[in-house]
Design a protein around this ligand. Structure first.
Ligand SMILES: [Zn+2]
Length: 573
């Protein structure tokens, strides 16, 4: 953790200097301009959407070191241009602040880029075929992992079973996850290695799916997954580093300059530190380890957003419940299609006082809370705990978050506002789950699902993200989802609960400033403003003016993080 503890004085001096200079430039005193250092980078002829209400649109931006020093017209940049300045002509294309994905599983995402791809398998047969093909290429002792399968894309939409894949995988253990991460399918060999049989009871917060004879089918829900994962070998350091390096390059190619890594392993943070020391950490990371490890951060006395510009910790990720797709999100009333089932509170909530105690401890230490809650009763239970903390500890700038905030009870929108809880939401989930959510929870509850507009109407701040690898990392798909709400099956072209659509400006703001606020970094990034970090993206089309349907096809031309080019579609760096 050595690197995390370095307080970067040089940066503070720079930013003071830069802010001072910018103020002076505003006065446009020519004699002062002569003494000004040349910018390292100037982007001209751009359509810049700054996400800064003081100057929402601009034509050009100048960067010195890792900071923006001027934003304005092309001619405003003349005073900053010197012989060493690199000038980029944006060709009248759109520039935005770099995207900040408020909820990713970064190492899993990077690993997924190399794993078997099951998400777009359109049938159980195709699913089985792809696993068989992977098995033929898999060495002895290795596992087949990942996959992100989605049985709702099959006809009939039935959960897979181990029998489907056992024939091709007799010697190779398989643990392929459902795309939402709340269910995994094990083959017969993996079930055997994990010691899961007909006699194994369901663990608290989990379900072993069984056939009519009580035999495990191979599907394990929520906490039951841990019984399998404990026998899956952990990735080696080199494998982990490889996944993270893949994820960093992939993020840059999509214009993502900051990510907030939910429930990382400490070994992931160690890799980030290693890359930081080597100058290879090209995406800014805020890491929120599981709340089960709360003591580790409290005992070293750190608070929220502790660290440097590229790597911070000081937040904790908690789980209230499961997911809608796995029918484990926790609701007040049963699922419409499963009358006996209201879902599950997570194992961290057994009993709820366990969660309350951990959260009280975290809050007393000044750590931030980011709590996964999907069902209306799961969300309510967390808001109850948040209220109790305010009663016990008084008010403060805590920036508590509820991750997903998916299915809201009517009366809880006001509680979000009152407690100033941030809704950390993933619009792509809306156009994905929107295919089938009404069948599972009915129209009334679905009307308060991914209710982005209602949150804004209540003065609740949004932070946007993807939940990658659960959903694609590409910000264009997130923006497309937020502004169209057109479900992936093409059945709601005018939008699924269209009254909840965001405007493109609102979506961009939530994905840049909103996400920066959610990690206590809105003073450093999230807008193209003088003094802030030069994290920017140049797009090949104008997301603000094109037909919203076309937003999903927009590509990134260049990405800069701290003024450094981290991606160039033309291959230059
Ligand atoms: Zn997640």
């Amino acid at each position: 953790m050595r690197t995390l503890q370095i307080s970067d004085c040089r940066l503070q001096i720079w930013s003071t200097l830069v802010l001072g200079l910018t103020f002076a430039v505003g006065l446009s005193t020519p004699c002062f301009a002569q003494g000004k250092p040349a910018a390292d980078l100037i982007i001209r002829n751009a359509k810049i959407w700054t996400v800064d209400s003081v100057r929402p649109e601009a034509e050009a931006v100048a960067v010195l070191g890792d900071r923006i020093v001027a934003v304005g017209s092309n001619s405003d940049m003349d005073a900053w241009q010197g012989s060493t300045t690199r000038v980029v002509d944006a060709g009248n294309k759109r520039v935005l602040p770099g995207f900040n994905d408020a909820h990713v599983h970064f190492t899993d995402g990077g690993a997924q880029l190399d794993q078997v791809e099951l998400n777009d398998a359109a049938s159980a047969q195709e699913f089985a075929k792809r696993i068989a093909e992977r098995a033929a290429k898999t060495g002895k002792g290795e596992w087949i992992l990942g996959g992100d399968w989605d049985e709702t894309k099959w006809t009939p939409a039935q959960l897979p079973t181990h029998e489907l894949i056992d024939g091709a995988t007799a010697q190779i253990p398989v643990a392929v996850n459902r795309y939402d991460g709340h269910m995994v399918l094990a083959n017969a060999l993996a079930l055997k290695l994990a010691g899961i049989t007909a006699k194994t009871p369901d663990p608290p917060g989990g379900v072993i799916v069984r056939d009519e004879h009580g035999n495990p089918t191979g599907c394990l829900k929520d906490a039951a997954q841990d019984m399998l994962f404990k026998v899956v070998p952990l990735p080696t350091h080199d494998q982990r580093r490889h996944s993270i390096e893949r994820a960093l390059a992939y993020s840059a190619s999509l214009g993502v300059t900051s990510v907030q890594h939910m429930n990382p392993e400490y070994a992931d943070i160690a890799v980030y530190n290693e890359l930081l020391d080597e100058g290879k950490l090209t995406v800014r990371i805020y890491a929120a380890p599981l709340i089960t490890q709360v003591d580790d951060q409290t005992k070293i006395g750190i608070k929220h957003a502790f660290g440097g510009l590229y790597l911070r910790i000081g937040a904790l990720k908690a789980y209230a419940d499961g997911s809608l797709g796995s029918a484990t999100a926790y609701f007040f009333e049963p699922f419409s299609d499963q009358p006996g089932n209201r879902g599950l509170l997570s194992d961290e909530m057994h009993p709820i006082s366990l969660m309350r105690d951990r959260m009280m401890k975290a809050d007393a230490a000044g750590l931030q809370l980011c709590t996964h809650a999907i069902g209306d009763a799961g969300i309510s239970a967390i808001l109850d705990i948040y209220s109790e903390i305010v009663k016990a500890h008084g008010s403060a700038d805590r920036r508590w978050r509820i991750e997903h905030a998916q299915h809201m009870a009517e009366h809880d929108f006001g509680r979000f506002e009152e407690l100033q809880v941030i809704a950390s939401v993933q619009p792509y989930h809306a156009i994905d789950d929107g295919r089938w959510a009404i069948g599972r929870i009915g129209r009334d509850r679905a009307s308060r699902t991914y209710a982005f507009r209602t949150f804004l109407d209540h003065g609740v701040r949004l932070a946007l993200g993807t939940d990658w690898s659960v959903a694609p990392l590409n910000p264009m798909l997130t923006l497309y989802a937020a502004v169209t709400r057109a479900t992936l099956d093409g059945k709601n072209p005018k939008g699924w609960f269209p009254e909840q659509k965001l405007t493109i400006q609102e979506a961009i703001e939530a994905y840049t400033m909103g996400s920066a606020y959610a990690e206590f970094q809105d003073h450093e990034k999230g807008s193209i403003s003088a003094g802030k970090l030069a994290d920017m993206v140049l797009l090949n089309d104008d997301v603000l003016t094109i037909d919203p349907v076309k937003i999903r096809d927009v590509k990134v031309l260049k990405t800069w993080a701290g003024g450094k080019l981290t991606y160039d579609a033309e291959g230059n760096k």
